[in-house]
Design a protein around this ligand. Structure first.
Ligand code: ADP
Ligand code: MG
Length: 701
């Protein structure tokens, strides 16, 4: 419906489907106007029908003249006292109608519309709707809507649609054009939603909804029409997601990876601590999935430091214990290296064969590793996403773990497929995602949440300071370093690579000669080779470096429990989610963490954001603040999620409908898994058109 598919290259005005008629053949449009409309995405009759108003002018606000305000649309009721028509010096005609209303006069004015004069007679009772403006002693309305009222008639005005415009077309022209299209063509629209659902959800049928959304009789009808289209949009997505999941469930082509008490015992014995109750619960959910021949699609969500890695390691070892391979993909090389190191430590005495796969390996070594993976001589592979996805062929891949996924892509999950078998997927994120959003963006994903942190964590104290407080912070910083702690200094990433390096390097030099003279400093930035980074991280982890100066590459995942000090320079340059991640670096052990944000920014928005950040360490609260400040799109990178954007629905605002749509979609798919019944043909067509490609649904039915 909303993104009509490809059009035939030659279309004649007599083409069968009137809804596909090119807009230029609609009466009163023509080729020139059609070009203008094309800029708004209106190329066919159908495009025009679904070009919904941006907003409505409320004409129900009838005011006494002496209470009018400039700038907003209002209505006045009065009696015509005078009608005049003049020709200005430039040749322009002006029609003026003087209306005596309650508390004063309003003059309605039209330029270049001499026929207006004939509409009015003295003594008529009228209502005028428009934006009033002061002209000397009198209020004026230019090109208002005027309705002639009977003697006793109560004025009642329907809301007026307001459309997005582009150069060359005016609001009234747009209204007229769309009004005509609706009158002439809305009768050809076919219903998409099953009748049962229309009735259950009390939704307007499509023809009525299109009519009401463009020419509503009142506010209530606008709401009813909008609700129908919001629901439809959400429902079509949920049906697509349900179909996808249904296909997976019924295809049963994933390996059954079974947990025995012995395997469980052997895995747990490797961990130097007991799992938290939340970790145990997540593990149980994951195991239940992996024991099924249906591919697991699970999102493991837990705030920074909640201990997601061990849960993932557990799952990977379960795969290996069942003679399958497991891959862990990290967003950065540093993080991949850290994960590999963690796994290495845990598996020190085990025979599990593992490898790290990152860029910059000597070609020979690399091709040998790839061969070993392909032949099943390696059990566990840790690497960056790009490399594993693009280059590696597995022998018997049983599980894929994707760590710290911020930009969620539906497609990404489909990328790795074994020969015949489909691996189980576990996606981990610290980004708290409201449930309805998770369901919308990944309706085919199950959710596990780590809602507690490991025991003994101390809260982080956060300070917001201006530059003049620096020496105090550094004094404190030195004191903590002398007590044996370690710290980070993060400078914002600057676009140009050279500057990025320089700012890290400059900060490093400044601190090593100044405030932190005598301490062991290290730096890390994008220009260093993998091995150099590796060495610095290892030195930091093992305490040979006291302070690590870096760009935000340490933002995600880095886990050095003894590091408790975080300095963030130019904090206004970081988003809330990023700041939260950075602060998460210093709350990982038994010592309390301290985080100091330096910012001299005076912009009210940055101040608000930074203050909000200091007020809570709860990731969910911060995410909510972030949603409120920036909208969910930013945070979730909706552009990246790979699905067509919504036209009218808003997953936060419409979360109730998301849930309803999801429930209805599942009921429908269970009843008619291929959408093969004739009454679902139209819906099926719609679902495939919108999501067939992005969700690889082409094989439905
Ligand atoms: P995140 O969820 O941010 O990825 P990590 O998995 O890196 O968190 O874990 C953070 C730290 O907590 C690590 O040092 C890890 O060893 C430790 N940890 C994880 N689980 C537990 C636990 N159950 N008890 C104690 N420490 C734990
Ligand atoms: Mg992590």
């Amino acid at each position: 419906m909303m993104n009509e598919g490809t059009k035939p290259s030659t279309i004649s005005p007599r083409d069968q489907d009137p809804l596909r008629l090119p807009i230029q053949f609609v009466k009163g449009v023509g080729p020139r106007r059609a070009e203008i409309l094309a800029k708004l995405g209106i190329e066919t009759v159908s495009d025009a029908l679904f070009f919904f108003p941006r907003s409505y002018e409320d004409c129900s606000r009838v005011r006494p003249v002496n209470q009018l305000e400039e700038g907003t649309v209002q209505a006045v009721v009065g009696v015509v006292e005078d009608v005049e028509s003049r020709v200005l010096r430039g040749g322009q005609t002006v029609v003026g109608v003087l209306i005596a209303g309650e508390g004063g006069y309003v003059r309605a004015v039209w330029f270049q519309q001499p026929y207006r004069r004939d509409y009015f007679r003295e003594g008529q009772r009228v209502m005028a709707v428009g934006k009033p403006r002061r002209n000397g002693l009198i209020w004026e309305m230019v090109h208002p809507r005027v309705i002639v009222l009977g003697e006793e008639e109560q004025p009642k005005l329907a809301p007026l649609p307001v459309y997005a415009l582009t150069e060359g077309i005016q609001q009234w022209e747009m209204r007229k054009m769309i009004g005509r299209v609706v009158a002439q063509y809305s009768g050809y629209l076919e219903e998409v939603l099953p009748e049962k659902i229309l009735a259950q959800q009390r939704l307007l049928p499509i023809q009525e909804a299109v009519q009401q959304i463009h020419a509503p009789s009142d506010q209530q009808q606008i709401q009813a029409a909008r609700r129908r289209f919001i629901y439809e949009e959400l429902f079509i997505l949920q049906v697509a997601l349900a179909l996808k999941r249904y296909q997976q469930i019924t295809s049963k082509k994933s390996p059954i990876l079974r947990l025995t008490p012995k395997i469980d015992e052997r895995i747990r014995r490797l961990f130097p601590f007991r799992l938290t109750a939340a970790q145990d619960q997540a593990v149980a959910e994951i195991v239940r999935d992996m024991e099924q021949p249906i591919p697991m699609n699970r999102l493991l969500q837990g705030d920074v430091g909640s201990g997601k890695t061990v849960v993932a390691v557990y799952a990977m070892l379960l795969a290996v214990a069942n003679q399958h391979q497991a891959a862990m993909m990290a967003p950065t090389e540093i993080l991949a290296r850290q994960h590999f190191q963690t796994i290495n430590q845990l598996l020190e005495k085990s025979r599990v064969r593992r490898t790290l796969l990152v860029g910059g390996l000597p070609p020979q070594e690399r091709s040998q590793i790839l061969r070993q993976i392909a032949e099943g001589e390696i059990d566990l592979v840790v690497g960056t996403q790009a490399i594993i996805q693009e280059e590696v062929k597995f022998h018997r891949l049983g599980l894929v773990v994707i760590d710290e996924q911020h930009k969620f892509g539906v497609r990404q999950r489909a990328a790795l497929k074994g020969a015949g078998e489909e691996p189980h997927y576990l996606v981990m994120t610290a980004t708290p995602i409201p449930r309805t959003i998770a369901m919308t963006l990944f309706g085919d994903l199950d959710l596990s949440v780590l809602n507690e942190s490991p025991p003994g964590r101390k809260p982080v104290r956060t300070y917001l300071a201006t530059s003049d407080r620096r020496s105090q912070w550094w004094e404190f910083f030195r004191k903590k370093l002398r007590e044996g702690r370690q710290g980070y200094v993060v400078v914002p990433l600057v676009e140009e690579g050279d500057e990025e390096v320089r700012s890290v390097v400059a900060t490093y030099e400044e601190l090593s000669r100044g405030e932190l003279a005598g301490f062991r400093l290290g730096m890390i930035h994008g220009r260093m080779s993998g091995e150099e980074k590796d060495k610095v991280m290892a030195d930091f982890r093992e305490g040979r470096i006291d302070v690590l100066i870096s760009t935000s590459v340490v933002e995600v995942g880095i886990d050095v429990p003894n590091a408790t000090l975080m300095t963030i320079e130019n904090a206004e340059r970081f988003g809330l989610a990023q700041l939260h991640q950075l602060r998460g670096r210093v709350s990982r052990g038994k010592h309390p963490g301290f985080c100091c944000l330096f910012s001299d920014s005076t912009s009210p928005e940055s101040r608000e954001r930074l203050k909000a950040f200091c007020s809570t360490t709860n990731g969910f609260e911060l995410a909510e603040i972030d949603f409120a400040l920036r909208g969910p799109g930013e945070l979730l990178g909706t552009r990246q999620h790979g699905l067509a954007p919504f036209r009218i629905a808003d997953i936060l605002r419409d979360s109730d409908l998301v849930l309803e749509a999801r429930r209805n979609a599942w009921d429908l798919v269970r009843e008619d898994p291929g959408l093969a019944r004739p009454q679902h043909a139209r819906l099926r067509q719609m679902v495939l058109r919108r999501y067939g490609k992005s969700l690889s649904l082409a094989d439905v039915g």
